[in-house]
Write a protein that binds this ligand. Sequence first.
Ligand SMILES: *[C@@H]1O[C@H](CO)[C@@H](O)[C@H](O)[C@H]1NC(C)=O
Ligand SMILES: *[C@@H]1O[C@H](CO)[C@@H](O)[C@H](O)[C@H]1NC(C)=O
Ligand SMILES: *[C@@H]1O[C@H](CO)[C@@H](O)[C@H](O)[C@H]1NC(C)=O
Length: 350
Amino acid sequence: MKILVFFLLCCLFSKFVWSSPRRYTAIFNFGNSLSDTGNFLLSGALAYPEIKNLPYGETFFHHTTGRFSNGRLIIDFIAEAFGLPYLPPYLAVAKGPPVRTGVNFAVAGATALDSSFFYAQNIGLWTNDSLSVQLGWFQNFMKFLCTTRQECDDYFKKSLFLAGEMGGNDYLFPLFSGQTMKQLRAMVPQVVGAVARAIRILIEEGAVDLLVPGQFPIGCSPTILTLYHSPNKSAYDPRTGCLKAYDALFEYHDNYLKQELQKLREEYPLARIMYADYYGFYGGALKACCGESGPYHYNASVSCGEPGSTVCKDPSAFVNWDGIHLTESTYHHVAKGLIYGGFTSPPLLS
Ligand SMILES: *[C@@H]1O[C@H](CO)[C@@H](O)[C@H](O)[C@H]1NC(C)=O
Ligand SMILES: *[C@@H]1O[C@H](CO)[C@@H](O)[C@H](O)[C@H]1NC(C)=O
Ligand SMILES: *[C@@H]1O[C@H](CO)[C@@H](O)[C@H](O)[C@H]1NC(C)=O
């Protein structure tokens, strides 16, 4: 009888745990400015010193944290949903003491491909902390978390790994340095290959649950809409007002990524690889909240945070924050779609 009661309790409890939002005990994130919570700032922010100033961070933290938004990012809302602290940037905790609830390895400007790929073509970058550098940081940090294979497996199977969004910068830096759409398209297999390689390494290290987001519709960003403005009406999607060719590139990347993820699921049937669709949510105004003049409130020579830039009164009414990154309210909306269903397949909470 006692055994039966124990059995019931154990299994009811574990069922509860596995279906409640407290399922994960740690989160590890890899990525770029869409999820960086301070690494770029801690590494000096030379390529974008504006991140050191308000209005970055004005809405929630009330000071700058290195996040490229007015407030919280998707990764922050995911941490909240699982009852975990906001992920500290790796560079703040690299020397210990060990943080056991998760660490953020993302760096603004980071690329999926190694920086040498870009330097070889004279393409400048914001940072050399590409995906493989971030993975090296993770492998270095593992010594704080577990020592034996069994210990690592037990710990990582209760962790959530976020790999991305990654790859957007791999196209944007070459685009800004003058490469053609044809050249960018030719990069897609390599860029997706770098993401797939990272996922494989994480699984080999013990990751079981991985969330891999696709791209945001870049053709809707005030930066692209301003820099690649076209007099040709048919360059724009009549429904959204976004530039079709740029969205098509990122959709091509997403479709390629989805195929690679399917291959990885077959290769690693015990891993749970979730794809997050960031395309589904979009819609709404195309103006940036923070910027300067022009039809999209974006001006490449006056960045958000620089003297002369202006900030909207109510960022929550805007999708876009600074021309490329999104507002806290947009990130919140996307995060809800990831956690409770709609944007992830399979959903994060299932
Ligand atoms: C990245 O590496 C290149 C080439 O080694 C170097 O010139 C550049 O200063 C580095 N950039 C940063 C931000 O560290
Ligand atoms: C306008 O854009 C469409 C679609 O991008 C293209 O097919 C067409 O050739 C362009 N027309 C001109 C005059 O550039
Ligand atoms: C962008 O800002 C510069 C500097 O203030 C200004 O000279 C220029 O006219 C602006 N461009 C647009 C399109 O508003």
